[in-house]
Design a protein around this ligand. Structure first.
Ligand SMILES: [Zn+2]
Length: 654
């Protein structure tokens, strides 16, 4: 796998023409020196921005060179000065957002069903009127891309194409092609799938064009998300950049979900965050250092490279405080990256996702809940779809919304008969004709009509809960009866379902203390919950739901690869470096706090002391030390003891 440059900056430069003297104060030497001092190894610099302006002396499109740009050679000077100090400089080109093109070429705009364009009206601020790459705009994009490739020649390191998403379009070009294909233009699904195909074709053609100029430069298409929507066109990418600014619309859970999916696609990945307190374009803000540490170190804990988003101010000078901040994080990153890159994540479980492949950022709530829950349990897991090779994993997790079919049932049955374990929920694995895979040993009977209902803690599955206590499951579950499986958990119904004249108190009707019925089942290699436990955890994270799942994992796997006595906020990931004869545990202790109405804040590291990690690895190691500090750790009977984790710690086992 070709490795990315490890410590990157994504240097936005969307700059209004109404600002005078753009890049007037830019100094190529100073620019490169600041980057070098901040331990940066690659900077993505701008050829064309969302305003639609070019930052190099274009011969093909002189009218698009930024009219207020003082240094017409800005981009070229940036690239050459960075190369002089050994820093890479891939090129940024905007795709679907380009204000100049949107204004001058209404025929290139994406059209909604009612004929209107996307984004705000042209009388409002913003450049979000999206363009269609199935129009003459594609020819323009190709010509402009070819021009910058030619100008840079051997100095072309890569291209980052931005805003390349699946956006249904009914412009005249798309309508004509859909009609030729016999598609129903009134069917939103057909229109969306067509848009996805158009975009995949565009990526494939664009990569072929770039490859005429460079066989090994990086090529990436950004849609703000990497997931099943990326998989079909993955050959067009050299690598994946996981844009995920936790203080933007993404939140802190988006990155681990996409990272666990993207790392199964067989290409190197980087995580992308920002130096901003909030989101892109937040010029005069600095992220708290602890937050930036957590975000970058978390990327490293997945074995990924890092990219920090910044925006160059119009005058062309990098903000010194920003690069002191970035330098303080990237220095630590650099000292630790040899224990993460390259590496192979060691995983024991596969979480299936029903995320659609024709729309970005529709991560199912079940998967969000599962990611949170299993990270708390330190389970080592990947996320993928039903086409994945289940045999690589000891445990297969089928969320409640992951519907199956006959082929899927066969695959699951075979997996279990070969010794694989399955943890399934709700309608997970259920076919359209309401059959679960045979190995579940249960029969579908419809929805539980009286809900919320109440599990009664009892037996091994309830270990750690108050035995005999009733615990509510708020979401409506499925009614399931055993065929060959053994019930391992029961529930009781409320007096009645809260509806119309039937209500009691503020919330839901309490337990009628009547007969109980089974709601979790065990058969050989399978634990099945009829409730939507993962979605429930996403909704309000009941501790009892986590405990039930944790016990189920234990009943299925015995010992997990990793268990620890630390808090649930401590994350642990396991990276193998077989060529160096070692396995590294990456421990992170930073706690995002909902301090504001809109975003989570990390202000400081959280120190955790006397962490004991129990290891259940196939390979046995004899030595454990903290790196890069080289502190030898107490390591006996497969248990390693870490006196203190101050934010981030790496334990090397050799
Ligand atoms: Zn179109």
């Amino acid at each position: 796998m070709k490795q990315l440059s490890p410590r990157q900056i994504h240097l936005d430069f969307h700059t209004s023409e109404k600002i005078p003297d753009v890049a007037q104060n830019f100094s190529a030497e100073e620019f490169a020196r600041q980057m070098k001092e901040a331990h940066v190894s690659s900077v993505t610099v701008f050829a064309r921005c969302h305003h639609g302006w070019l930052y190099y002396p274009s011969k093909k499109f002189p009218e698009l060179v930024h009219p207020a740009l003082k240094n017409k050679n800005l981009l070229i000077d940036q690239v050459k000065s960075l190369h002089k100090v050994g820093i890479r400089a891939p090129i940024y080109i905007t795709v679907q957002w380009d204000y100049q093109s949107a204004n001058k070429h209404p025929e290139w705009l994406i059209r909604k069903r009612d004929g209107s364009h996307e984004g705000p009206a042209f009388t409002e601020a913003g450049f979000y009127q999206s363009l269609c790459v199935n129009t003459g705009y594609k020819d323009f994009l190709m010509a402009q891309t070819a021009e910058i490739c030619e100008i840079l020649g051997d100095e072309l390191d890569g291209i980052f194409f931005d805003i390349v998403g699946t956006r249904p379009c009914l412009c005249s070009a798309c309508r004509a092609e859909m009609k030729r294909e016999g598609l129903d233009l009134c069917d939103d699904v057909q229109v969306r799938n067509f848009a996805a195909r158009v975009m995949d074709r565009f990526k494939s053609e664009m990569t072929s064009l770039v490859r005429k100029f460079s066989t090994d430069c990086t090529v990436f298409y950004n849609a703000g998300h990497v997931g099943p929507c990326t998989k079909k066109s993955k050959d067009a990418y050299s690598h994946f950049e996981l844009e995920s600014l936790p203080s933007g619309s993404w939140g802190y859970l988006h990155f681990p979900v996409t990272a666990r999916y993207a790392r199964t696609l067989g290409k190197d990945c980087l995580g992308m965050t920002g130096k901003f307190h909030t989101d892109w374009g937040d010029f005069h803000s600095l992220k708290n250092q602890a937050a930036l540490e957590f975000e970058c170190f978390r990327m490293l804990s997945y074995g990924f490279a890092s990219s920090i988003g910044d925006q160059l101010e119009p005058g062309g000078i990098l903000n010194p405080a920003t690069y002191r901040l970035i330098g303080s994080v990237y220095k630590q990153f650099e000292e630790r990256e040899e224990w993460a890159r390259p590496s192979i994540p060691m995983t024991e479980a596969l979480l299936l996702t029903s995320e659609p492949d024709n729309v970005e950022s529709k991560i199912p709530e079940s998967v969000m809940g599962a990611a949170q829950l299993f990270e708390e349990l330190a389970l080592q897991f990947d996320i993928s779809d039903k086409n994945c090779d289940f045999g690589k994993y000891k445990l297969l997790i089928i969320p409640e919304d992951f519907r199956g079919d006959a082929e899927f049932s066969d695959k699951v049955n075979e997996y279990v008969s070969n010794g694989g374990k399955v943890l399934a929920f709700g309608k997970g694995g259920l076919t359209a004709d309401n059959c679960y895979p045979e190995c579940f040993g249960v029969k579908y009977e419809g929805k539980i009509e009286k809900y919320p209902d109440f599990i009664v803690a009892d037996g091994e599955l309830s270990s750690g809960l108050e035995i005999g206590n009733e615990y509510v499951i708020y979401l409506q579950g499925e009614q399931v009866s055993p065929i060959t499986a053994e019930p391992v958990l029961y529930a009781r119904a409320p007096y009645f379902r809260r509806d119309g004249d039937y209500f009691c108190s503020h919330k839901y009707t309490p337990s009628a203390k009547g007969a109980s019925y089974p709601v979790a089942f065990m058969s050989k290699g399978v634990v099945f919950f009829s409730h939507h436990i993962l979605t429930q955890y996403r909704k309000n994270a009941p501790y009892w739901c986590k405990k039930l799942v944790s016990n189920a994992v234990k009943m299925l796997l015995g010992e997990q690869m990793i268990t620890h006595n630390g808090p649930s906020t401590l994350s642990v990931s396991v990276l193998s470096q077989p060529e160096k004869g070692r396995v590294n545990l990456h421990l992170l202790s930073y706690i995002p706090v909902r301090k504001s109405a809109t975003i989570d804040i990390i202000e400081e590291r959280t120190v955790v002391r006397n962490v004991k990690i129990k290891l259940n690895l196939d390979k046995k190691f004899t030595k454990a030390r903290l790196v890069p500090e080289n502190t030898i750790l107490n390591y006996e009977d497969g248990e390693v003891e870490i006196p203190e984790v101050n934010g981030y710690a790496i334990v090397e086992l050799s």
